[in-house]
Design a binder for this molecule. Structure first.
Ligand code: SF4
Length: 375
């Protein structure tokens, strides 16, 4: 769950560990709850309910109050509860009295000023402490490996139980059903505490005071001052200052140098445009820029009246189309979708996409490569 009011929240720790002064800047910028965040909150309430029910605990079904409830959400929360129950069963094989904590307040203020968060699920047993985080998002795949949010939660959980249980290592899992992803990472207790003392704590002290070095990078996409940040602008404009050498066409190294910066550049440029537009819409007058009406298409003022009129005239006003895969999954839920339709689904080869070598996907075998091998 998002940790709403903490300046140095676990959920934003990836950003402030990279760029410590961003924490205070963001805390002053105010909050706007996105639709995705509200959807996530609904999904978390349902997960909590399903898990408590699976554990035989009393829980009130929140479904009727969930604005974004649909079959997909019902399915994802079922899968989550089932996954946690499996982990609990595995823990019981090693330890006779493991405990499960749901929506647990986790305090890691020993390392991060006022640092706390809410862990979706913590399983405490001898040897291993397990921290499970449910992510309902679909846009960005979140990995557990060295994930500072999870490591902060793990520290909070250690604070509660180290000493009571005999814990050697911590397993962190991000359960992201809409990406079919269960990402797990295990770290020894010593290594986690070493990171907390040597990296987390000193950086958090700087961040709390608004000190430290500004550093731009991928993490800027989650920063509230990303459009107006000078460091990010400098970082991106470096490309424009790239010292191209003669001759008049770029060589391979130069193309690769540009490729490595171009996504960040496009995303930064988009943020600047969006910021300037929003300012203008709210009344700011830019010296050399104004707002005009964009292109618009004709539309019906009353769809029912249009359908009735066309029917009366003897025509069929409707287009009959099978729902797309995403809409059908929403309608049926993931399990029912699989049951009914798995035999009718194919996954065509994706469009070639150029990514850095560090990307985990295997390289695609292109037609040109096949041709080379055939020769
Ligand atoms: S935009 Fe990037 S560089 Fe600027 S404050 Fe935010 S995280 Fe730091």
């Amino acid at each position: 769950m998002p940790d709403k009011h903490a300046v140095l929240s676990a959920s934003s720790s990836h950003r402030w560990l990279e760029c410590p002064p961003s924490a205070l800047l963001c805390s002053k910028a105010g909050d706007t709850a996105s639709e995705f965040a509200m959807q996530g909150t609904d999904a978390h309430s349902l997960c909590e309910h399903k898990l408590k029910t699976a554990l035989g605990q009393k829980s009130k079904d929140p479904t009727e109050n969930l604005q974004y409830f649909d079959e997909e959400m019902a399915d994802c929360s079922d899968m989550y509860a089932q996954y946690v129950m499996e982990q609990l069963a595995a823990a019981k094989e090693k330890c006779k009295d493991p405990i499960v904590l749901i929506e647990q307040h986790l305090d890691f203020s020993k390392w991060v000023p006022e640092g706390f968060g809410t862990g979706d699920c913590v399983i405490v047993s001898d040897e291993t402490l397990t921290v499970i985080d449910f992510k309902y998002g679909v846009g960005i795949l979140v990995e557990a490996e060295k994930n500072p949010q999870m490591m902060c939660y793990a520290l909070g959980a250690l604070q509660l139980f180290d000493g009571i249980y005999d814990i050697d290592s911590v397993t962190m899992t991000i359960f992201q059903p809409r990406r079919d992803s269960v990402s797990t990472y295990t770290i020894s207790k010593e290594e986690l505490l070493k990171w907390a003392d040597e990296v987390l704590s000193p950086t958090a002290q700087l961040a709390a005071k608004g000190e430290g070095e500004y550093k731009a990078g991928d993490h800027c996409q989650f920063c509230k001052v990303k459009a107006t940040c000078r460091k990010r602008a400098e970082y991106n404009l470096e490309l424009a200052r790239y010292d191209f050498e003669m001759p008049s066409t770029l060589d391979d190294d130069e193309i690769e140098a540009i490729l490595s910066k171009v996504d960040a550049l496009v995303s930064w440029a988009g943020d600047i445009k969006e910021y300037a537009l929003q300012q203008a819409v709210s009344g700011k007058e830019w010296k050399d820029w104004k707002i005009v009406e964009g292109r618009s298409n004709r539309k019906y003022v009353n769809e029912t009246a249009v359908a009735d009129t066309v029917k009366e005239a003897g025509y069929d006003p409707y287009e009959h189309k099978v729902l797309g895969v995403t809409a059908m999954t929403k309608l049926l839920g993931k399990t029912r979708f699989e049951e009914l339709l798995s035999g009718f689904i194919e996954k065509p080869q994706g469009k070639p996409t150029l990514v850095p070598m560090s990307d985990k996907r295997p390289a695609m075998n292109t037609a040109a490569n096949d041709f080379k091998e055939d020769k």
